[in-house]
Design a protein around this ligand. Structure first.
Ligand SMILES: Nc1nc2c(ncn2[C@@H]2O[C@H](COP(=O)(O)OP(=O)(O)OP(=O)(O)O)[C@@H](O)[C@H]2O)c(=O)[nH]1
Ligand SMILES: [Mg+2]
Length: 393
């Protein structure tokens, strides 16, 4: 699973990335610090199925399982990026494979539209959300418009159908044929000759496709700077996607202090414990400030943003593959050795594909380890399912 971190330049994308992955990257209060994308692994938490099954596994901690997700932090955008402003938006191609976006916004309004530092409260973060969504749409429209005349010709001559044609044009973006077809129908473009589609119709179609195919969550960052709270309230009222207040900088500091053994802190916690009383005064003061922020915001929001992206926006469910349905283990007796995130609506064959392409090739059927029942091939997997895939050798 790949999460793309997108947003205007200088809003805290790399800080968020670094806090979530503990990978050191360049962070600075100036636009366009990141140019080359950063890739790393973060973890989302889920309640492990072990307690429900009354078994003990060696993977989860106190009944909580940490599942890896990949994060991609890319260069920032500014309005007009699709026309080449700032660094342009060509690097968005790195994000084609992303399943979901975390859209980092400077909720405090302390960076102007070009990402330059300004007095807090100057810039309206809602404008940042709007322009970024527009840039994402322009990017997709650009992919769609390439050789548009030719597309029109082949479709109208009947050599290929419109769904297949659009699917191929947008290949790599991860939109399914079903989604493309459903969106065409919904927008009244199905059976309408592509040569008669207006620019507005194409744009509305793309916006809809993006909203469903590349869902996103807003990380309302720099929530610690005062005007952020009012801005977040407004964003929640205006926007139709989840808005999670985040303080990426605090999360990064806490995770680093925890790594150094200064404090005991787990991502997502709302408090931490100092592990020594010989902490220098200045560090103690900094930690006290962090403690205050954690209490005030009920956490730094970074973990919550990741989990909202995976389990809410992307609609992820967690499924546990096993080989031995009686002991819920693999063939070596390891109990619940793996857990995979799949999109809601996935079938047993999708799980097989996640485990190994060969397993999908030789797929015969699946068994629900909890009920010991054989599952039909169109069974929709549910969160917490424990599944054995039976395949040819
Ligand atoms: N107050 C505050 N500052 C933050 C927070 N998160 C990041 N910053 C600061 O914001 C500035 C920009 O952070 P970056 O992570 O480099 O931002 P970016 O979006 O990756 O920027 P580019 O790569 O240049 O587009 C840095 O000075 C960070 O320390 C936060 O939660 N609160
Ligand atoms: Mg950056």
């Amino acid at each position: 699973m790949l999460i793309g971190i997108v947003g205007k330049t200088n809003v805290g994308k790399s800080t968020f990335f670094s806090a979530a992955t503990l990978i050191d990257v360049e962070i600075a209060n100036r636009p366009f610090k990141t140019i080359k994308p950063n890739r790393g692994i973060a973890y989302v938490r889920t309640k492990c199925v072990c307690s429900e099954l009354n078994v003990k596994d060696k993977v989860c901690h106190d009944g909580i399982r940490f599942l890896p997700v990949e994060l991609l932090d890319v260069a920032g955008l500014v309005p007009g990026a699709h026309l080449g402003r700032g660094l342009g938006n060509k690097f968005l191609d790195d994000l084609r494979q992303a399943d979901v976006f975390i859209h980092v916004v400077d909720a405090s309004g302390s960076t102007d539209e070009e990402g330059r530092p300004v007095q807090a409260g100057t810039r309206d973060p809602i404008e940042d959300v709007k322009f970024l969504e527009k840039e994402l749409d322009e990017w997709i429209v650009g992919l769609l418009s390439k050789d548009w005349e030719k597309t029109i010709r082949v479709v109208e001559q009947g050599s290929t159908d419109i769904v297949m044609s659009l699917y191929e044009k947008l290949s790599g973006l991860g939109f399914t044929k079903q989604l493309i077809e459903k969106t065409l129908v919904e927008q009244g473009l199905w059976r309408k000759r592509p040569s008669t589609w207006t620019k507005d119709e194409i744009r509305t179609f793309v916006t809809r496709l993006r909203k469903i195919g590349k869902p996103s969550v807003i990380a309302a960052n720099k929530a610690d700077i005062p005007p952020a709270i009012e801005n977040i309230e407004r964003m929640r009222k205006t926007l139709s996607i989840p808005v999670i207040p985040t303080i990426a900088e605090a999360e990064l500091a806490l995770r680093k202090a925890s790594k150094k053994g200064i404090i005991k802190y787990l991502p997502g916690d709302t408090t931490f414990e100092m592990l020594s009383d010989k902490i220098p005064q200045n560090l103690k003061e900094a930690l006290e400030r962090l403690s205050f922020l954690l209490k005030k915001f009920q956490g730094t929001g970074v973990q919550q943003a990741l989990e909202t992206a995976v389990f809410h926006s992307y609609d992820g469910i967690v499924v546990y593959p096993v080989e031995d349905i009686n002991n819920y283990s693999d063939k070596n007796g390891n109990v619940l050795p793996d857990a995979f995130i799949l999109k809601k609506g996935s079938k047993p064959i999708d799980l097989a594909r996640k485990i190994h392409t060969d397993l999908a090739k030789g797929y015969l059927y699946a068994i629900d380890a909890k009920t010991k029942q054989r599952l039909s091939s169109d069974y929709e997997l549910r969160n917490g399912d424990v599944i054995k895939i039976v395949a040819t050798a």
